[in-house]
Design a protein around this ligand. Structure first.
Ligand SMILES: Cc1cc2nc3c(=O)[nH]c(=O)nc-3n(C[C@H](O)[C@H](O)[C@H](O)COP(=O)(O)OP(=O)(O)OC[C@H]3O[C@@H](n4cnc5c(N)ncnc54)[C@H](O)[C@@H]3O)c2cc1C
Length: 379
């Protein structure tokens, strides 16, 4: 039976393992960190197409159970004037979405669902490089000196991927998009309860998004224009420094509603620079292939990176299921996925505009449809 070594236990890693399992293959996921539950300040939205991809694996319930509905967008002008409430995404879907959850809860939900299916995630395994033995077996080498063997290796190791350098040693590096993103949580009761809605508190130079969980916890985020910090500088920023950065910004911008949300927050604040990936020349080489942010990270403007990573996972498994060898499977996977993924990167940068987001949200994967036909139609 074909066995895959999957590097990275974030989103694409466990979903790829589930998809390969459904396609009749085995996989082990290797995650660098001891647990996936760090990054406590960040939360994310999973959109219709992400639930569609999970639905192809009968795994959507795992994410639904750990998230809450955020289906409407209510924008406010800087003076507090409300604008018409609009649906987020598309109405053309059967899935209950979009939904919001903490990143750590998403990782945990996917890990638990994979474990329920008998899948394995090994933590504390930082991948460093790979070799191939004379029989064609791929050998993954980890920082602790251990190794693992398989028939293929999937790089699901995120925007700062190590596997990417193996696929293409001259691959481009992530690029800063001129924004720093700040997330916060507060249970302050004085704030409006934003149930099933993202309140978009607009300012002249930036907007703050705010929604409330059913338990009454307010989640907020903002993307502020700013200079790039080094990774060390960003990591050295304390929660209160990120909070003060957001507060000073909104006060100077005259955005009173946004400043009120930040003021009502204590130290549950996290910030970081925002990066995306220029197009990679190729997503695969020999028996190694990339999925998710390792292949095509978009800035989070469209809240789509996780959903796109899930789509990749399902399509890759279908290609491996239906095509006779790795070369053909990886080529078909890249053919099917590349245009859509790169369009999202360009859209998130503001390089292209589209009249609505239906092309993003209405994407649907038919698990039963053979890939051979899809690939031939597109060539
Ligand atoms: C601020 C911010 C907000 C976002 N908001 C949203 C949102 O609302 N909705 C959305 O859909 N997307 C959002 N995204 C994008 C989304 O987070 C990514 O697209 C998504 O996480 C990609 O999944 P992935 O599995 O490819 O990578 P990741 O989730 O980054 O997972 C990669 C995993 O690989 C592990 N790893 C890395 N190197 C190694 C190694 N050498 N060996 C072993 N393991 C390794 C990492 O520890 C990590 O667990 C946001 C991104 C950011 C930065």
């Amino acid at each position: 039976m074909t066995h895959a070594l999957i590097i990275g236990g974030g989103i694409a890693g466990p979903v790829t393992a589930m998809a390969l399992g459904k396609a009749g293959m085995t996989a082990t996921v290797y995650e660098a960190y001891a647990s996936g539950a760090d990054d406590i300040g960040a939360f994310m939205m999973i959109m219709h197409n992400g639930f569609d991809a999970l639905g192809a694996l009968d795994a959507q319930h795992a994410v639904v159970a750990n998230s809450f509905s955020t289906t409407k967008n209510a924008s406010f002008e800087p003076d507090g004037t409300p604008l018409p409430v609009r649906p987020i995404g598309t109405q053309r879907t059967t899935f209950a979405s979009p939904r919001t959850l903490k990143r750590a809860d998403l990782y945990r939900a996917l890990h638990d669902e994979l474990a329920r299916r008998g899948g394995i995630i090994e933590h504390g395994k930082r991948f460093v490089h790979t070799t191939t033995d004379p029989s064609g077996t791929v050998v993954a080498h980890f920082a602790d000196g251990s190794t693992a063997e398989g028939d293929l290796l999937v790089g699901a190791d995120g925007i700062r991927s190590t596997v990417r350098r193996i696929v293409d040693p001259s691959s481009p590096s992530p690029r800063f998009v001129g924004l720093n993103v700040i997330f916060g949580y507060t249970e302050d009761r004085s704030l409006p309860f934003a149930d099933d809605v993202m309140r978009m508190l607009r300012g002249k130079r930036a907007t703050l998004g705010h929604t409330t969980s059913p338990e009454g916890e307010h989640f907020w985020y903002t993307r502020l224009p700013g200079e790039e910090m080094s990774q060390a500088e960003a990591a050295a920023m304390t929660a209160s420094e990120w909070r003060q950065l957001a507060l000073d910004f909104f006060v100077s911008d005259g955005n009173v509603l946004a400043a009120d949300v930040v003021s009502a927050t204590d130290d549950a604040v996290l910030g970081r620079g925002v990066y995306d990936m220029p197009p990679m020349p190729t997503w695969h080489r020999s028996s190694v292939v990339l999925v998710g942010d390792a292949a095509h990270a978009a800035s989070p403007a469209a809240a789509q990176g996780a959903s796109m990573a899930m789509e990749d996972s399902v399509v890759l498994a279908k290609c491996l299921r239906d095509l006779p060898d790795l070369d053909q499977a990886f080529a078909a996977y890249e053919l099917v996925r590349r245009e859509r993924a790169e369009r999202l990167v360009a859209y998130s940068r503001g390089d292209i505009r589209t009249p609505n987001g239906d092309w993003l949200y209405s994407h649907s994967i038919d698990w039963e449809e053979p890939v051979r036909r899809v690939a031939q139609e597109r060539t």
